[in-house]
Design a protein around this ligand. Structure first.
Ligand SMILES: *[C@@H]1O[C@H](CO)[C@@H](O)[C@H](O)[C@H]1NC(C)=O
Ligand SMILES: *[C@@H]1O[C@H](CO)[C@@H](O)[C@H](O)[C@H]1NC(C)=O
Ligand SMILES: *[C@@H]1O[C@H](CO)[C@@H](O)[C@H](O)[C@H]1NC(C)=O
Length: 498
């Protein structure tokens, strides 16, 4: 983790020093608009190549926006929607491998779609600040292309979905804002929209919700160094998804760096630095490939609140589906949605909120136990899931946790709740007991857990579990208690459950 931070720091330093040596200022961005006008006058010099994906040509079939016959030649079907993929900054001047995976995923699920790759490599294969500056021109070229489609074959822009990765997200935003007329492009998806030189800019200088009828974004690498992050942190869409908090992604840590370098040599390093950034792409591809494993995300203020299981509500648009199949609800304000994911495809996990009321019988002492839970469902079991408490347990209080499962266990039927502890721990506990005078008879003091309330994010089901042994509710170190669905009391408890 530490070394990766170091690598990404290097990457950012590189970007940053380049930015300084080239003296990027917003003024220059405005200057580039003049440059664009020159490009627009002369279609021949369009820097963007529009490659329509066909099964027969690996490179894609080139559509030239002043040559109507190329539409026919490439078998562009104007009665089908158009998805246009826009890549980002290019280090080596070649289209990255994910593009073909994305194309294949789109085609496998939605055969009735035109898929075009907007290839702007010649202007993306530059120092980062130059490439960033070029996003405006490319956005304008895409806008002109869509206008041409509209004029020549009455192809409606509302049938267009732009999917832009990194700088490509801002390219898409500019395309949406430069297209003439009042109607907007149908949808823009920003995949980890680039941060440096866009973070904190006004909505007209980056991807923003008013660039299309519907805008969604997935933020996967917003880990910050010296005020800069590869991916933009701020919300830029109607729905902004922050998988695992958006800063960094599971499976992208140091062990994988070593593996990659061993396997691929030095290119392994850049691959790993890109890992979290590019995760946004693979999450989107995942949503296309696994219809039955759609990841759900939930509205929350921040990841810390989310990690306490506080945000699993789906009421009033509070949750949405990540990726292609998102519910296209347009809200006044950007909504930040959080979710956990696995380290690989399919990325979906199942989110549960656990709400446990503890009574610590030793009021003066704070205990910091380690708990594990084992869950029995109608389909599967999940065993020994650790619960990490952020604070010690004092007095008489309700604590909430987030628990995620890789598998669908079906309906939750039984919970085994264990206070992990060694003999040493049990000894300490005994010592504590002898120090503190105990007056309530000969029963050993402990933690009392009467009920466990559970909410399943994916099904929105709420359940209450009662201790199986009603007469012995005390929990001690190294002890396990079994909780089953409460009988008959469910209605009464439901009211208490927020
Ligand atoms: C275009 O797509 C429509 C709808 O699927 C189909 O009916 C039509 O045959 C297609 N046109 C061409 C030229 O393939
Ligand atoms: C715990 O707190 C609740 C209300 O906050 C109170 O009714 C109850 O008596 C307390 N129980 C103990 C054992 O302190
Ligand atoms: C639930 O309540 C009903 C009537 O109120 C009773 O007949 C039944 O035995 C109860 N079930 C359990 C599991 O306690």
């Amino acid at each position: 983790m530490k070394s990766l931070s170091f690598l990404s720091l290097l990457l950012l330093l590189f970007i940053f020093t380049q930015a300084n040596t080239h003296g990027w200022k917003r003024k220059e961005a405005r200057g580039s608009q003049h440059q664009h006008i020159r490009i627009k006058k002369n279609q021949q010099s369009s820097a963007t190549k529009f490659r329509l994906y066909t099964d027969t040509s690996e490179e894609g079939c080139l559509i030239l926006s002043d040559q109507l016959e190329t539409l026919d030649k490439c078998s562009f079907n104007d009665s089908l929607p158009l998805v246009m993929i826009v890549h980002g900054w290019s280090v080596d001047g070649m289209l990255e491998g994910w593009i073909w995976k994305m194309v294949a995923a789109l085609k496998s699920q939605h055969k009735q779609t035109n898929v075009i790759i907007a290839d702007w490599l010649s202007l993306a294969h530059q120092h980062y600040p130059i490439a960033a500056q070029n996003t405006r021109n490319i956005g304008q070229e895409i806008a002109s292309f869509l206008e041409w489609l509209e004029e020549s074959v009455q192809f409606s822009r509302s049938n267009v979905h732009l999917i832009g990765y990194s700088l490509g997200a801002h390219v898409s935003g500019f395309a949406g804002s430069y297209i003439s007329g009042t109607n907007k492009i149908g949808r823009i998806t920003g995949l980890d929209p680039a941060g440096p030189l866009f973070e904190g800019m006004s909505p007209t200088d980056r991807l923003s919700p008013d660039d299309a009828n519907f805008v969604d974004a997935i933020h996967t690498f917003t880990q910050q160094h010296m005020g800069l992050s590869v991916g933009i942190k701020q919300p830029v869409a109607h729905f902004d998804f922050y998988p695992n908090g958006g800063t960094f992604q599971p499976g992208c840590h140091i062990m994988h760096v070593y593996n990659h370098i061993a396997q691929y040599g030095i290119t392994g390093i850049t691959q790993t630095v890109k890992c979290a950034h590019e995760r946004s792409v693979h999450l989107f591809i995942d949503s296309l490939l696994h219809d039955d494993k759609q990841s759900m995300a939930y509205w929350c203020n921040d990841i810390h609140t989310f990690d306490r299981g506080m945000c699993l509500s789906c009421r009033k648009n509070r949750c949405n589906t990540l990726g292609y199949n998102i519910r296209k609800e347009r809200l006044q304000k950007s909504r930040r949605l959080f979710l956990k994911t696995r380290a690989h495809m399919p990325f979906k996990v199942y989110h549960y909120q656990f709400k446990i009321h503890f009574i610590n019988e030793i009021h003066e002492k704070q205990v910091e136990p380690t708990f594990t839970v084992s869950l029995t469902g109608t389909k599967e079991d999940a065993e020994n899931l650790p619960i990490t408490l952020v604070e010690g347990i004092t007095g008489n209080k309700t604590y909430t946790f987030l628990i995620t499962l890789d598998i669908d266990i079906g309906e939750l039927m039984m919970i085994k709740f264990k206070w992990e502890g060694t003999a040493v721990w049990a000894n300490i506990w005994d010592t504590v007991q002898t120090i503190i005078p105990w007056t309530k008879g000969n029963r050993q003091p402990g933690l009392i857990v009467k009920t466990i309330r559970v909410k399943a994010g994916e099904t929105q089901e709420k359940m209450t579990f009662c201790s199986q042994s009603v007469d012995n509710v005390h929990l001690h170190p190294a002890q396990e208690k079994t909780f089953v669905r409460c009988a008959n009391s469910s209605r009464r408890l439901k009211r208490k459950f927020r």
